[in-house]
Design a protein around this ligand. Structure first.
Ligand SMILES: Nc1nc2c(c(=O)[nH]1)N[C@H]1C(S)=C(S)[C@@H](COP(=O)(O)O)O[C@H]1N2
Ligand SMILES: [Mo]
Length: 150
């Protein structure tokens, strides 16, 4: 489930997720870009996306390459959203970026894949909500006209 530029290609099933420190969202309106409210949930339960990355550990050619690292989160249907390392570790977005497995005290339905992702601090939450989360992959953005370092 966590692949790419990481030291440990780690697969988190529901049990493994439940062993990590949990976080609850509180009341959350899931609104699409159009302003349409997809749903209103009183609570999601999950773990921080950054906690999963901490377990997998970034694999970087140079220590400072985390500055150009980003994560793609992909659903079973291919729907993909992106988070930068900075967002996750250096802005409030990271505090609210959760891999979730429960909504309103109930496990996510099979249709939702049992595991999802939600970015609760986004202005419009529905866009970076991934149903049926299948894969997190870590990448390094390639700067154009890059000079070789000594
Ligand atoms: N896997 C997956 N997640 C997705 C989408 C999708 O097409 N596939 N669409 C997004 C969009 S645009 C919206 S508005 C919400 C819709 O939420 P729902 O499908 O949980 O009702 O899901 C988001 N997450
Ligand atoms: Mo949407």
């Amino acid at each position: 489930m966590v692949t790419g530029a990481v030291k440990r290609h780690h697969s988190f099933d529901l049990c493994a997720l439940m062993r990590l420190p949990t976080q609850l969202t509180g009341l959350l309106d899931v609104v699409c870009l159009s302003g349409r409210k997809v749903r209103s949930a009183s609570e999601y339960k999950g773990v921080r996306l950054s906690a999963l990355l901490d377990v997998a550990q970034l694999r970087l050619p140079h220590a400072r390459d985390f500055t150009r690292a980003y994560v793609l989160a992909q659903g079973a249907d291919g729907y993909t959203v992106m988070f930068s390392w900075h967002e996750l570790y250096n802005t409030p977005i990271g505090v609210g970026a959760l891999v979730v497995y429960e909504r309103d005290g109930q496990p996510l339905t099979d249709d939702e894949g049992g595991i999802g992702l939600i970015s609760t601090c986004d202005l419009r939450v529905a866009l970076r909500q991934v149903r049926a989360l299948k894969r997190l992959s870590v990448h390094l953005a390639e700067p154009s006209g890059r000079q070789d370092r000594p």
